[in-house]
Design a protein around this ligand. Structure first.
Ligand SMILES: NC(=O)c1ccc[n+]([C@@H]2O[C@H](COP(=O)([O-])OP(=O)(O)OC[C@H]3O[C@@H](n4cnc5c(N)ncnc54)[C@H](OP(=O)(O)O)[C@@H]3O)[C@@H](O)[C@H]2O)c1
Length: 349
């Protein structure tokens, strides 16, 4: 089988994880990764044997004795797909570069405006819409989590209205130039862009959201309230929807998982690369239905990891390499998803 050659433009938080995941796929080959700066991360890529390319200034890499394979245009020449993992908002300028390669397919990230691509993508929700497209956008970490939870619940019970409160992490763990130390910073928009972004993937779900930033780096937290058109009669019906879903991970305070710190600790203990949690985490014992049948639940989202499986499925969709079920299965198996479920307590009500 000819493998699809995939370039990762921007070897940062998302790009390095996408690159690792591509190397685990039998139907893909990592054609190369790019860096703007010749720093420790560029060196780490070379030490791992990844073909490294310079985004703009090759001399800067030569001066630091970091071996590069060439420039971004040379990498694009050797690739079928580029995953744009540049800092949010740069994608549109990069699109002008990509458009010089008529056979190149492009996948953007959630930091770009939805108008950059005809399809905003979530693997479970709209895989088929992306098949054979030339440009798509994988939605952000928060939107990915919400789509994974809302889409199957809508299919089964019908969502009359979803309301979401988002507690966003202030910075990623390696970011030292931004972040809150001691305050709650409500985002001054209602609804926040998250509800609007969910509707780019799931236009039929009535949803609203408010967001703010909190002094944490580990994960995002969501508080989700859902009114249904035909409400489930008990919480077990909700648990059953997700119990076989490898992209959802139930956690419980009964095993001491009380905070996002405990979830990250478990991921490190179980040997996950970089302590990554690709699954959306759902506190099973903090989930409930009130007397009117409205559901309330807490989610936790590893912002650096949750979109990685979606990027892999996005490659399969735009290149038409596999159907949805096959792609999700291959991705889940390659990344070891579902294996955090080490305990029957995490599976039953
Ligand atoms: N971090 C998250 O939590 C998260 C979650 C979901 C989605 N996203 C989205 O994913 C995208 C990437 O975010 P990130 O957190 O991975 O950013 P990041 O850690 O800042 O990494 C960005 C990478 O892009 C490189 N770069 C700089 N200028 C570039 C250019 N003109 N073209 C291509 N690459 C360039 C940087 O190179 P140097 O390192 O050499 O400077 C860096 O490696 C954004 O759209 C973001 O919104 C981020």
């Amino acid at each position: 089988m000819n493998k699809v050659r995939v370039a990762v433009n921007g070897y940062g938080n998302i790009g390095k994880r996408v690159a690792d995941a591509i190397k685990k796929q039998p139907d893909m080959e990592l054609s190369g990764v790019t860096k703007a700066h010749p720093d420790y991360s560029a060196l780490e890529a070379v030490h791992k044997g990844l073909p490294l390319y310079a985004i703009s200034n090759p001399d800067a890499f030569f001066e630091q004795d970091i071996a590069i394979h060439g420039s971004l245009p040379e990498l694009l020449e050797r690739s079928d797909v580029v995953i744009d993992c540049s800092p949010g908002g740069i994608g549109r300028a990069n699109l002008a570069i990509y458009s010089k390669y008529p056979n190149l397919k492009v996948i953007f990230q959630g930091g770009e405006d939805a108008s950059i691509a005809p399809v905003s993508f979530n693997a479970q929700s709209n895989f088929e819409d992306a098949i054979n497209q030339n440009i798509i956008r994988v939605v952000s970490c928060n939107t990915t989590a919400l789509c994974r939870i809302l889409s199957p619940l809508h299919d089964l019970f019908g969502i009359k209205k979803a309301r979401v409160g988002l507690v966003r992490r202030a910075a990623d763990p390696n970011q030292t130039k931004k972040g809150l130390m001691n305050a709650w910073y409500p985002t001054a928009h209602f609804p926040s862009h998250h509800a609007i972004d969910v509707n780019t993937v799931l236009p039929d779900i009535p949803i609203t959201s408010l967001a703010g930033i909190a002094p944490t780096t580990l994960m995002h937290g969501h508080m989700v309230f859902i009114e249904f058109t035909k409400a489930p009669s008990n919480v077990k019906e909700i648990v059953d929807v997700f119990s076989e879903n490898k992209r959802v991970f139930f956690v419980t305070t009964k095993r001491g998982i009380e905070t996002t710190a405990h979830i990250k600790d478990l991921a490190h203990d179980t040997g996950r690369s970089r302590g990554d949690i690709y699954e959306v985490c759902l506190w099973k014992d903090a989930m409930g239905l009130d007397e009117q049948g409205e559901l309330g639940m807490h989610l936790a989202i590893d912002q650096q990891a949750i979109v990685i499986p979606e990027n892999i499925d996005a490659i399969r969709a735009i290149c038409n390499l596999a159907d949805k079920e096959t792609s999700l299965r291959m991705t889940d198996e390659s990344l070891g998803m579902g294996r955090l479920k080490i305990d029957p307590l995490l599976l039953t009500v």
